[in-house]
Design a protein around this ligand. Structure first.
Ligand SMILES: NC(=O)c1ccc[n+]([C@@H]2O[C@H](COP(=O)([O-])OP(=O)(O)OC[C@H]3O[C@@H](n4cnc5c(N)ncnc54)[C@H](OP(=O)(O)O)[C@@H]3O)[C@@H](O)[C@H]2O)c1
Length: 503
């Protein structure tokens, strides 16, 4: 149920965003999975909330042949299946009116510059003033040719923006090459490299938590924080995406982008303002300060057969399309250090993996223990350290673990949790990350997108971690599906007298 501001004063002033200028959104990869499951439902949600431009069009493009009617029908089905709002015919009719499809060069019915002519026509019909947002929802190998095509038809009339999906390259060299290609014809302010984690409310709440409250920032440093743990755990396997995953693995699929972005947001200095340049300047400083972990500070794993939610699931090497002796990792854990004054000697333990016990993304800030327990009846070890847990997903919210006196005549200290849950505080369904990000790109706001130098820093670290992996063959599989990864991941933390959180 959606609450109104009258019922819930916390909602007052929310959803007040300017409407973007008239524009056409071109989706490359319009016949693909991402378009159906995320992009079209996000556009529909924006339409329901009157957040799309008044003059707006969507042009789908891919190599498959489809008529405008077929495209609209497919997109309608996608909205009915995946949108977070109930289907409303009136909203759909308005959106569908501006929807067209074109078959891209490379198909049998290829027609040179059919996209260019269609865009001119749509601009005239919908009065979208030559403003174009191109969404690259295509496999990485298809991006360069399409960037050249867009560059060739860039004109002085209207503006052009490019939203580029992850993975952005597969190592530092390829990311640099793609950045160089983009730089030839586009300004950095026209390029929006997406990491959909940054569009999540809870990830943005990290900025609000740290910089809109006076109480956290003074203790957000090595003097008060013992260590940080960041977990991006998935319970699903590779879901038929073997061709992609065999080349990516957990390091390139999640560590390179989502995990490092969460580290950057947790560790960054307060920006002087919230413009895209200021925020990204601070994030890139963190990425540059990350010390390359040695082989003893990195653990990789691969799942074998096991049980997830009570059901037996195959091991990674048994998945369709995966080679029987593959060395691809489905799990990575690492101990990272941010080499600066704020964080020196404070470990950031990070881990990500597939087929883990639960789907969960959390950032846990573990504070140091109280320096001196003055209670005679309570042993010092019984006093647990305070932990601030930020639940990125699911059960979005945060929780602060504090010691409190248990009721009774004696003195006994128990850990209790002060919780803030988005669902109960705002009683409003959270927007999908893609809604926020598509809208931001239309508005030209790149704050929640990854800048060229940021992405190159991320790849540089990943390349340095992966370099020694070429030399040895790990003994895979080394963890059972449905567990929290290989025992060596526990050792990584136990060696320092600590342990992974289990919630
Ligand atoms: N699915 C997700 O949830 C998700 C999440 C994060 C990131 N991504 C990224 O988003 C991109 C698309 O993912 P997806 O899951 O939608 O893949 P997909 O289902 O395989 O769809 C790929 C789309 O690209 C089109 N395409 C393929 N080769 C092309 C070419 N040479 N020129 C033009 N179009 C081409 C395909 O249509 P035709 O064959 O008809 O041309 C199809 O529409 C990938 O880079 C992926 O890593 C996806």
């Amino acid at each position: 149920m959606t609450a109104t501001a009258a019922e819930n004063p916390l909602l007052e002033g929310l959803n007040v965003r300017p409407r973007p200028e008239p524009c056409t959104l071109v989706i490359f990869g319009a016949s693909g999975d991402l378009t159906q499951r995320k992009l079209m439902p996000a556009l529909y949600a924006l339409a329901v909330r009157h957040l799309l431009p008044e003059r707006f069009a969507i042009v789908g493009a891919a190599r498959s042949d489809m008529s405008d009617e077929d495209f609209r029908e497919r997109m309608k089905e996608a909205v009915q299946e995946f949108a977070r709002d109930d289907f409303r015919q009136d909203v759909w009719d308005t959106l569908a009116e501006g929807m067209r499809y074109t078959t891209l060069v490379g198909s049998e019915n290829q027609d040179e510059d059919s996209l260019g002519r269609l865009l001119d026509e749509v601009d005239r019909e919908r009065a979208t003033e030559g403003n174009h947002v191109y969404y690259f929802a295509v496999p990485p190998a298809a991006i360069a040719a399409l960037v050249r095509e867009v560059a060739a038809r860039k004109s002085e009339k209207g503006w052009t923006r490019l939203i580029i999906e992850k993975p952005f390259g597969h190592d530092l060299d390829s990311a640099r090459a793609l950045n160089a290609l983009l730089r030839e014809r586009f300004d950095e302010s026209e390029v929006f490299r997406i990491d959909h984690y940054l569009g999540k409310e809870t990830v943005q709440n990290m900025l609000a938590l740290r910089f809109a409250n006076g109480i956290f920032e003074p203790i957000w440093n090595r003097q008060f924080i013992d260590h940080v743990q960041i977990t991006v755990a998935e319970s699903i396997g590779i879901e038929g995406r073997a061709a992609f995953y065999e080349h990516a693995g957990a390091l390139r699929d999640v560590f390179q982008n989502h995990l490092l972005q969460l580290v950057a947001l947790t560790a960054m200095e307060p920006p002087i303002d919230f413009t895209s340049e200021s925020v990204r300047n601070e994030k890139v400083k963190v990425l540059r300060s990350l010390h390359t972990p040695g082989p003893k500070s990195v653990v990789r794993g691969q799942y074998g057969r096991g049980f997830v939610d009570g059901e037996e699931v195959p091991g990674y090497r048994e998945e369709e399309g995966v080679s029987r002796d593959t060395g691809t990792e489905t799990f990575v854990a690492a101990k990272l250090y941010v080499d600066n004054w704020r964080w020196a000697d404070t470990p950031f333990y990070v881990r990500t993996g597939k087929r883990l016990a639960r789907r969960e993304t959390t950032i846990a800030i573990q504070f140091k223990r109280a320096p001196h327990p003055p209670f005679e009846e309570v042993a010092a070890e019984a006093l647990r350290p305070n932990v601030l847990l930020i639940h990125v997903q699911p059960n979005e919210g945060m929780s602060l673990a504090i010691g409190a006196k248990a009721p009774g005549l004696g003195l006994s200290i128990r850990t209790v949790h002060m919780d803030f849950l988005y669902g109960s505080a705002f009683r409003e369904g959270l927007p999908e990350a893609y809604e926020r990000l598509i809208l931001d790109a239309m508005l030209g706001d790149a704050t929640l997108f990854t800048r060229a130098d940021e992405i190159e820093e991320q790849w540089a670290l990943v390349d340095a971690i992966a370099a020694p992996w070429q030399r040895d063959r790990p003994a895979f599989p080394n963890y059972a599906a449905g567990t929290w990864g290989p025992p060596s991941a526990d050792d990584l933390v136990h060696r320092d007298g600590r342990s992974w959180r289990r919630h």
